[in-house]
Design a protein around this ligand. Sequence first.
Ligand code: AGP
Length: 608
Amino acid sequence: MCGIVGYVGPKDCSEVLVSALRKLEYRGYDSAGIAVFEDGNIRIAKEKGRLDDLVAKMQTEGTPKGHIGVGHTRWATHGVPSAKNSHPHAGGEKVTLVHNGIIENYKELKEQLEAQGRSFVSETDTEVVAQLLDSNYEGDPIEAIAKTLSQVEGSFALGILFADREGELYAVRRESPLIVGVGEDETFIASDVPAIIKYTSQYYLLEHDEVAVLSENGVKFCTLEGEKIEKELKVADWDQEAAEKGGYEHYMLKEIHEQPTAVKTTITPRISNGLPNLEECSITPEKLSEIKQIYVVACGTAMHAGMVGKYVIEKLARVPVHVDIASEFRYREPLINKDDLVIIISQSGETADSLAAMRLAKQMGANTLAIVNAKGSSIAREADMLIYTHAGPEIAVASTKAYMVQISVMYLLGFELAHAKGRIDDETCRRLTSVLSGVPAVIEETIERVDAQCNEGANKLLEAESLLYIGRGLDYALSMEGSLKLKEISYIHSESYAAGELKHGTISLITDGMPVIAVATQNALYDKTVSNIKEVKARGAMVILVCDDDAQVGEDVADFVIRVPRIEEILMPMVAAVPLQLLAYYTSVHRGNDVDKPRNLAKSVTVE
Ligand code: AGP
């Protein structure tokens, strides 16, 4: 949550900060602000709303001019979105800072500072750190930072300007991510690589409790005790174009279209001689054959990818798979055994609950496997085993390509596990793997085929107050994701239901014209799902059916049918996901919503 940036260099600092913040708006967009050293003083500009509101304000009131500064885009946690709660926050005369994360003991610290005679202008936890740092600062920045960090609890990444250190920018982090970019004669800090990729692809990953000092002489790193640290310079393999919209109206649409390439790039290096091969990720057939039980722990869309994985792994490998919401798992004292595998799925690799769940699983002695998209993220670094998905940067808050690559990895893992356990023979494993290799082309064909139809179908959902997604088996797992996608960007209430469960209560919600989106791609369950569709139709529902080319659809079954190409049944979610994503996308567009930045949400959820 929240994005922070900082710049030291010859360019116009405000311009660089605003441009970098644009790439971080996915992390929060309640308010934005910058602080820049201008003629020896720190000048702050901040405004409630989007970055454009800040830019407009600076156009009328003046833009800070200088070469060193910090910037912030906010996702409110403590205090409503407002100009006074937006960052940067001054802690008094000496310190101005931006913060991403949460200070858990801010109340106690605030009381202590108030008792010392300090008063606060905002409701934020951030101002508490700013004031604490200000009160601790007696001329030695590292000493003041170290003292402050010994007093605060929680997660944070901070970009700090000390008023009497005009040539320097300080950064430190604990839990929340922060990178330090290095260009020619210029240095940056940022919450994420896309913020600085326009300027440089070279960066350092700041570790917990490390301090970075940026100045015109470059960057130096030290511990909180002031000891120098040598760090490895990394090179981002994401280019600027990949982080831009590339001609599409929205990032979400671009990312839907990028799915074929993302899946191909993710699975191709993990297939050798026609069979899955995850040895590069330290996952050997021997290790797999010993697994007795699997937990998949994740949040939101990533958890839904786990649901697909559960059906696939249990069906093919006959290994029990429990799918858990990370925020539940971490507090419910899960029953994990030492030989269990705990799979953490996360696009960002920074989701607070998923990270905490993984740490808990490790403490309990389980083997952890992370399936992560963001390179070098916390979950990626701490897991015992790691499979990177290669979706490239996902900017739209609504996850699409990350989900698709997560599922593709779950399939590879399922195939290899089933093979290692002797549940499927070589030939079957090769056949399934070969069908998976062909999926990118089918996704491409599907996007082309159903795009206009989904645009039309979305018009049928615009006036709905509430709707249902139904399916059975893998179709049910997929419909969970379809429902989340729709609600998060269209703001229409929607639930996914196992089709057979409707008549145990939920069917009472069906009224005349209520949309029901049914997914039916699994042969053995098809007739049963059709019976459930007829039950809702008989009660007035308007049914949109997503099925495959082979489905025999009677005239009275659905009001609107979206057909997708048929492939091996177990892999159908990868194809049927496309119309669900596009239906959600066009519904959001037609309702005039901000598709890429839906209200109240942020891309990276680094708080509980
Ligand atoms: C999906 O569209 C959402 N943006 C959300 O559910 C997301 O998948 C969830 O917050 C988990 O994020 P992660 O994959 O970065 O851990």
